[in-house]
Design a protein around this ligand. Structure first.
Ligand code: IPE
Ligand code: IPE
Ligand code: MG
Length: 249
């Protein structure tokens, strides 16, 4: 029996987020440059997007480049940016065909004009896609996002559009880049690292975390199904007792 057969299609996670990690180590193991690993990583992206869309997942968020990744060697950063533009160019028609809309979260002001324009173009072209929203976190970090949200809320208060008493969890959620996206139910990280690396700190508050040793370029559809099947075996208690959960189900 494959992992796909184990999945209960009526209880799919609405939003899956992925930290795609391990490209460099994958390349290193083969005596190749890190960028070779990033190129192979694009294939894993394609498989994961396909697997998620075919299952019927509504939101898939992929962590592609963090704020901290700007500190990598210039050569790697620029190779990653080129790869990003090429991949977007190559995949736009597939996204349209599969009715997947692209959304990007992150500090886009730090991207080159070319990369930014490509992203905006693809977001526009794919905007009709209603099957799944593919959210790419690019030049993203959660602390950057939360600081920006605080600034936005402070400005609203200063300008009299919002009262101090009105600030609550909802105001905060609504001020994040993910305001129109439900919180992830499942977060997958590859490569064996067990940390969040500044990814969706607010949104992951009650997310089920799944870690796998697989390096990102080796991650395939079965690995995605396996993570979803594992997610479905868990009891999500949200602070309640197991008995309370059983009573309500
Ligand atoms: C993930 O792979 C891709 C990005 C962060 C852009 P890494 O490049 O972090 O690969 P490792 O962790 O060094 O193996
Ligand atoms: C996290 O991976 C960021 C992305 C996958 C884009 P890193 O490889 O940058 O994370 P750390 O530095 O090992 O925590
Ligand atoms: Mg890494």
């Amino acid at each position: 029996m494959t992992f796909k057969d184990q999945i209960d299609m009526s209880r799919l996670p609405g939003h899956v987020a992925v930290i795609m990690d391990g490209n460099g180590r994958w390349a290193h193991k083969r005596g190749r440059e890190r960028i070779f690993g990033h190129h192979q990583g694009v294939k894993a992206v394609r498989k994961t997007v396909e697997a998620a869309a075919e299952l019927g997942i509504k939101f898939l968020t992929l962590y592609a480049f963090s704020t901290e990744n700007w500190n990598r060697p210039d050569e790697e950063v620029s190779a990653l940016m080129d790869l990003m533009v090429d991949s977007i160019n190559n995949e736009t028609h597939t996204l349209v065909e599969k009715q997947i809309s692209l959304m990007v979260i992150g500090d886009l002001s730090r991207l080159s004009e070319n990369v930014r324009n490509r992203l905006f173009e693809t977001m526009k072209i794919t905007s009709e896609g209603t099957r799944m929203t593919l959210v790419v976190a690019l030049s993203y970090s959660s602390r950057w996002e939360i600081s920006e949200a605080c600034r936005r809320i402070a400005v609203a208060v200063k300008e009299g559009r919002l009262n101090l008493e009105e600030i609550n969890e909802q105001t905060m959620s609504d001020s994040l880049t993910t305001s129109h996206i439900p919180d992830p139910e499942l977060m997958i990280r590859t490569s064996g690292e067990k940390r969040i690396s500044n990814f969706l700190l607010w949104q992951l508050a009650y997310t089920e975390l799944y870690f796998t040793e697989k390096l990102w370029p080796d991650f395939g559809k079965e690995d995605f199904y396996k993570a979803v099947a594992d997610f479905q075996k868990r009891e999500r208690r949200y602070g309640k007792t197991s008995e309370q959960i059983a009573e309500n189900s």
